[in-house]
Design a binder for this molecule. Structure first.
Ligand SMILES: [Zn+2]
Length: 228
């Protein structure tokens, strides 16, 4: 198996992935890119053979993906990829985000220090430069995770663990990015993040609120096309 690396979130240090992490990464990419379509069975033995590893890391990866809501386990049937969000779930998820994230951005702006601003800026920069994997699937699935990380950095600075946990429990970014492949999604989102950063740098809490509100509404409108 090719050796891949990942950036250690805390230290920024690039380290080789363990077999377990690497197996998780590859299954994650296939689910996010719909190469394993929603509802499809995921046989452990077949996947282990295909990835040329034992069944143990595949089981571990599937357990973790189950926690992330991307796979389901059914008695006697085994694992399958989770179904896509329904239109109603999608609408409700965005209403939920709009209730919590703009206000969190305002709060984060009020709490900002040079250190925490630097962390948010680093998370944003990671999305733009980061690693540049060759294939489109892995670029997209990494973008989903980097976006989740960026939004979570803001929630950390907002400093309300109830709100942060409520949002993180939904694994929102994994589900919405799985709805469709869209290069516009990535470019436009980066521009909207940039507006949010500008508000943070200016210490303008109201502008941070509206930049986040706008970003989430636009994200909703881009992805709503998946239901047409
Ligand atoms: Zn975003």
């Amino acid at each position: 198996m090719a050796v891949t690396t990942d950036r250690d979130q805390k230290s920024g240090f690039v380290r080789p992935l363990s077999i377990a992490e690497s197996v998780h990464e590859r299954i994650y990419e296939r689910i996010m890119s719909l190469e394993i379509p929603p509802g499809a069975r995921i046989p452990i033995d077949g996947l282990a053979r295909e990835l040329n590893v034992s069944q143990t890391p595949v089981r571990e990866a599937l357990t973790r993906l189950e926690r992330e809501g991307l796979v389901r386990k059914a008695h006697l049937i085994g694992y399958s990829a989770s179904p896509q969000l329904t239109h109603k779930e999608f609408d409700n998820l965005y209403k939920f985000r709009l209730m919590l994230e703009p206000e969190s951005a305002r709060q984060a702006c009020l709490n900002l220090t040079p250190e925490t601003l630097a962390r948010i800026e680093a998370a944003a920069a990671d999305m733009e430069q980061g690693e540049q994997p060759v294939d489109r699937n892995s670029r997209y699935s990494r973008f989903a995770r980097a976006d989740a990380h960026f939004h979570d950095e803001i929630l950390q600075v907002a400093d309300n663990e109830f709100v942060r946990q409520a949002l993180n429990d939904q694994h929102i970014h994994l589900h919405i990015f799985r709805l469709m492949f869209h290069s516009r999604v990535t470019q436009e989102a980066l521009e909207e993040h940039e507006r949010l950063l500008a508000a943070f740098r200016a210490g303008d809490a109201d502008a941070a609120y509206s930049a986040m509100h706008d970003h989430i509404e636009r994200s909703r409108d881009r992805l709503a096309a998946a239901f047409e």
